[in-house]
Structure formats: structure tokens, C-alpha cells
Design a protein around this ligand. Structure first.
Ligand code: MLC
Ligand code: AMP
Length: 510
């Protein structure tokens, strides 16, 4: 091994000198010091190390948000295994796919789900299934309590895998984006500098309201705090009133645009509650200019919008340093981060000029190692000269800022969660009385985009009504993917190539 870049070691070396200081504080009044993080993650790492797993073994985790869930992530890094977080909204069919595809040796689930999750896990070759509740309960903690609270973090090379995040492409099922210790470390370091962590006298306090099974909450938010030795105020889930309550004690907040829309709906959002705030960051979905402006008006703070994805972590960001009001621009995601190369190309792969819209491509130490056990898919998504095709469409403006104007991938982003129409259409098309369907995203005041299904009934059959379709889908897929509305039409509009013209449907049903 040339260099030890275990991500946990990188964090631990930067923990504050006073290890008894508070690292995580929950709204329920539980406190975790930096020592607690070190020792509790050591116990879990010792447990994982005792299981005789092969290097690179996957640890799949579907649990409610809790400090212990974060400690399990850190323990997995420490023990040199690969962390696979799963959205708590996923249902049996979805979990079965991920477990079959990723073949984890260890699965950790909520106590309430042990019955069905363990069945899926053991059927697919997992050797160990533990439970972890959001109230410090479960077999994982019971077992870990038997182990020593010190652990020699396993050395990892930059290319060794740290995590797999499932994400979908335009076709087929989800793909596991493989992120290495090097990918995550470089992004943590770059964002630390770029967003001015550690520059404020007295340090930062991150108000952490995001879920921790995706890039935003797990990597961007938690890593920023761990890398800078900053305290986190830990919310089990986003709630606008709770956020307002905690804001006066915080200096940094991160959220998807829906969080800002909901905060603006609270009369209590005003300058006074933001008096200690240094930075508000938005990402994962487009932030409307009106939200950006309204937030500035009410709080005096200019939201910093940034752009990222599972395969690349963060790649573009509005500036932190300099005059916020003029440097952070509504409707743009900012400039490429240091060490990250971004280009916009036309359909013939020729570089677009400023102002010209094209495909956004990226290269850099942040870009993932490929899709888990899918070399062909990986090859399809990279250019010959090594750039990753983001599937997002945009342009550089004359100031070098990137504007995202659309997506070449058929994707809906609802409240910051990705929904792939093809997956939902597959389930609807299997239903009785359905000839075919199209799933689209329409503007939604709260979620940004809302999922809507347009169904062509089968000739001569009884068409399913909206309630039946929604109820049937709720049994099978995560709630956030379930259409909010269902419309019946005689036929779907198609172009001369036979392709469904979703733009026309979006226009008609918006
Ligand atoms: C919940 N529901 C959603 C939804 N979240 N529907 C559509 N889209 C969503 N995002 C469902 C609920 O199950 C419920 O269904 C109904 O909508 C109303 O629920 P709610 O109480 O309003 O929802 P809530 O629990 O408050 O959740 C909303 C939310 C949450 C916005 C707080 O979705 C959230 O935290 N989103 C953040 C997602 C995120 O972290 N994304 C980062 C991805 S990383 P019913 O049927 O029961 O009424 C990434 C890369 C990058 O993209 O760049 O960062
Ligand atoms: P995911 O696959 O969940 O990582 O989602 C990544 C996608 O979210 C990107 O490809 C973009 O389409 C979208 N995204 C992330 N941040 C932004 C942003 N600030 N503005 C617009 N889209 C964004």
C-alpha cells in the first residue's frame, strides 16, 4: 500500500484537541463527545472485524436516522468494509433487488423490519443480520457492547471502496455507484476549503436535518462537520419549526430546495433567528430564483447553491468567499470546484461555447470508480477521454458559472429524491386494465416536481381508477415514487419515431 487514506483516519486526525467536547447533540438531549465517536465506532468496528469477512465485503444498512447509524458508517470505514446505505422508504421488492445485486455479507435493519429483511438477506447469502433502532436499541449495539472500545483503523489505499450508492440511469434497474476512500476524501477536503469551514472564530455548528442514506446528508453534510471537527445538532428528520428553533445555535445549514420552501412558509423565519448563521447551502434539485430571492429578503442571507450527484459527489458550487450577494447567483449552480474539470459538449461531443446549451461532463478525483459489477454500463457513461457523462444538460455563462437547464436522462426529482419514470411505468403497465403508461414530473410548490402518471386503458377492459393505482403502487414501491395524481387518456402523444412526447404531457398536466 502506497498511502493510507482511510477516510475515518483523515477525520480522526482532525478531531478537536478537546475530545470531551460535544460532537453531536440530538433534539432529545443526547450528547456524543469526540471520544464517544471514537470509542463507539471502535466497538462496532471490532464487531465487524470479528465476523471473518473478506476485504471489500458490503455492509448494507436500512435504518432510521440516528447518531448510531452514523457511527455504523464510520465503523464500516474503520474496519475497511464497504458501506451501502438504503433509503428507509424502500419496500420489499426494492430491498430484494439491492441485496441480490450488492450481495452484502452484513445487513442492518430497523427492529420492526427484521422479519422480512432477514429473509431477503439470508436468501441472498448474507451471513449476518443485525437490528438498529433510532432509540439506541437493537442487536447491533447489544453485540457491539461486548467488544473493546479501541480499534486500529485498517489502512486503505485511495482506490479502495468506501461506499456503494444505488442510483438509476435512463434504462434498467438501479446501478451501484462505487465511491472510493480517495473520492470521498478529496471532496471533503475541497469543500472544507471552498466553503470556509474552520475559518470562523469559535468554530462552526452544523444543523443536520437531512437523511443520511444519500450523498447530501451522509457525505456532504456529515463529512463537512467531521473533517472540520465541528459540532452537529442532529435532527432525526427535517421539520421546519424544529429548524427555526435550532437556527440561533447553528452556523451552517444544508437542505434540498423543499426545506427552504417550507422554512419560508413559517412566519418565524426572520433575520433574528439567523443571527449566528454563516452559511445556508442548497442542492440535490434546482432552487427556484423566487425561493432564493425570498430567502434573502426575509433573512438577509444569500443561499449558496451547489450541484452534485451520487457518481461524482460535489462538482460545481457557487462561491463562498467574496461578496455573497454578488458572487452567489440565482439560477446557477456556480463554478467547477478546485481539482474538478467540467465541460459542456454538443451532441457531436464538440465543446460548446459560453451560452450554448450542451451535455455536462466531469473529470476529477471526485468521480466514482464505476458501477458495481456493471462494466458495460460504466463504459457507456464515460467518454473515451475519461469524462463522466452526468446526464444533465446546461451551459456556461460569460462569467464561467454553470446553469443547469434540463436533463437528458428521464428523471424526476421530487423533494430531493430521484424517481425514474421507467421503473414506475413498469409497475403500472403490469396492472389489470392498463395498455400503457407514461410517468412525468410536473411543477409542484412544495416538492419542486411531483410524480404524475398518465395511463392508457386497455381496450374493452375496466380502467383502474386513481385510488386503485396509487394504493397498488404504495404496496410495492417507496412512497415518494408513488404518483400524486393519475390521469387516463385515450392515447399517448408520440413523435414520428414512435417515442412518447413527455414534454407535451408535462404541458397538458402541469
Ligand atoms: C415524502 N413524501 C414525498 C417525499 N417525501 N413525496 C414526494 N417526494 C418526496 N421527497 C411523501 C410522504 O411519504 C407522504 O406520503 C407525503 O409525501 C407527504 O409527506 P410529508 O410529511 O410532507 O413528507 P416529509 O416526511 O416531510 O418529507 C419531505 C422531505 C423529505 C422533503 C422532508 O422528502 C426529505 O427529507 N427530502 C430530502 C431528500 C434528500 O436528502 N435528497 C438528497 C439526495 S443526494 P403519504 O402517501 O403518506 O401522504 C443527491 C445528490 C446531491 O441528490 O446533489 O445532493
Ligand atoms: P442523485 O442521482 O440522487 O445523486 O442525483 C443527482 C442529480 O440531482 C443530478 O444529476 C442533477 O440532475 C440533480 N441535482 C443535484 N443538485 C442540483 C442542483 N443544484 N440543481 C439542479 N439539479 C441538481
Amino acid at each position: 500500500m502506497t498511502q493510507d487514506t482511510n477516510l475515518y483516519r483523515l477525520f480522526a486526525e482532525r478531531f478537536p484537541a478537546d475530545k470531551a467536547a460535544c460532537a453531536i447533540e440530538t433534539l432529545e438531549g443526547h450528547y456524543y463527545s469526540w471520544d464517544d465517536i471514537e470509542h463507539a465506532s471502535a466497538r462496532m468496528a471490532n464487531l465487524l472485524a470479528s465476523l471473518d469477512l473478506t476485504p471489500g465485503a458490503r455492509v448494507a444498512v436500512q435504518v432510521e436516522k440516528s447518531p448510531e447509524a452514523l457511527l455504523l458508517y464510520l465503523a464500516t470505514l474503520r474496519a475497511g468494509f464497504v458501506y451501502l446505505p438504503l433509503n428507509t422508504a424502500y419496500r420489499e421488492g426494492e430491498i430484494a433487488y439491492f441485496v441480490e445485486n450488492a450481495a452484502p455479507d452484513v445487513v442492518v435493519c430497523s427492529p420492526a423490519n427484521f422479519g422480512w429483511v432477514s429473509k431477503i438477506a439470508f436468501t441472498n447469502g448474507a451471513k449476518h443480520v443485525y437490528t438498529l433502532g433510532d432509540d439506541r436499541t437493537g442487536s447491533l449495539l447489544e453485540r457491539a457492547a461486548w467488544f473493546d472500545d479501541t480499534f486500529e483503523t485498517v489502512p486503505r489505499a485511495p482506490d479502495d471502496l468506501a461506499a456503494i450508492l444505488y442510483t438509476s440511469g435512463t434504462t434498467g434497474r438501479s446501478k451501484g455507484a462505487m465511491l472510493s476512500h480517495g473520492n470521498l476524501a478529496s471532496n471533503a477536503r475541497v469543500l472544507h476549503e471552498f466553503w470556509g469551514w474552520g475559518e470562523r472564530e469559535g468554530g462552526d455548528v452544523l444543523l443536520h436535518a437531512l437523511p443520511i442514506f444519500h450523498v447530501h446528508g451522509l457525505f456532504v453534510a456529515s463529512h463537512a462537520a467531521l473533517y472540520s471537527g465541528s459540532k452537529m445538532i442532529w435532527m432525526a428528520k427535517f421539520d421546519a419549526r424544529d429548524v427555526l428553533h435550532q437556527l440561533p445555535r447553528a452556523t451552517v445549514f444544508m437542505g434540498v430546495p423543499t426545506y427552504y420552501v417550507r422554512l419560508l412558509a413559517e412566519p418565524g423565519l426572520e433575520r433574528e433567528v439567523c443571527r449566528n448563521m454563516r452559511l445556508f447551502i442548497s442542492g440535490s434539485a434546482p432552487l427556484l430564483s423566487e425561493t432564493f430571492e425570498a430567502f434573502r429578503e426575509r433573512t438577509g442571507h444569500t443561499i449558496l447553491e451547489r450541484y452534485g450527484m451520487s457518481e461524482t459527489v460535489m462538482l460545481i458550487s457557487n462561491p463562498y468567499h467574496g461578496d455573497a450577494a454578488s458572487m452567489r447567483r440565482a439560477g446557477t449552480v456556480g463554478v467547477p470546484l478546485p481539482e474538478v474539470t467540467v465541460r459542456v459538449v454538443d451532441d457531436d461531443a464538440q465543446p460548446s461555447r459560453p451560452g450554448e446549451i450542451g451535455h455536462i461532463q466531469v473529470k476529477g478525483p471526485n468521480v466514482f470508480a464505476g458501477y458495481w459489477r456493471m462494466p458495460e454500463k460504466t463504459a457507456e457513461e464515460f467518454t473515451d477521454d475519461g469524462f463522466f457523462k452526468t446526464g444533465d444538460v446546461g451551459k456556461f455563462d460569460e462569467h464561467g458559472y454553470v446553469h443547469i437547464v434540463g436533463r437528458s436522462k428521464d428523471l424526476i426529482i421530487s423533494g430531493g429524491y430521484n424517481v425514474y419514470p421507467k421503473e414506475i411505468e413498469g409497475f403500472i403497465d403490469e396492472m389489470d386494465g392498463v395498455a400503457e403508461s407514461a410517468v412525468i414530473g410536473v411543477p409542484h410548490p412544495d416538492f419542486g416536481e411531483a410524480v404524475v402518471a398518465v395511463i392508457v386503458p386497455r381496450a374493452g377492459a375496466q380502467a383502474p381508477d386513481e385510488r386503485t393505482v396509487i394504493d397498488a403502487l404504495k404496496q410495492r414501491i417507496a412512497n415518494f415514487k408513488v404518483p400524486k395524481r393519475v390521469h387516463l387518456v385515450a392515447e399517448l402523444p408520440r413523435n414520428t419515431m414512435g417515442k412518447v412526447q413527455k414534454n407535451l404531457l408535462r404541458e397538458r398536466f402541469k
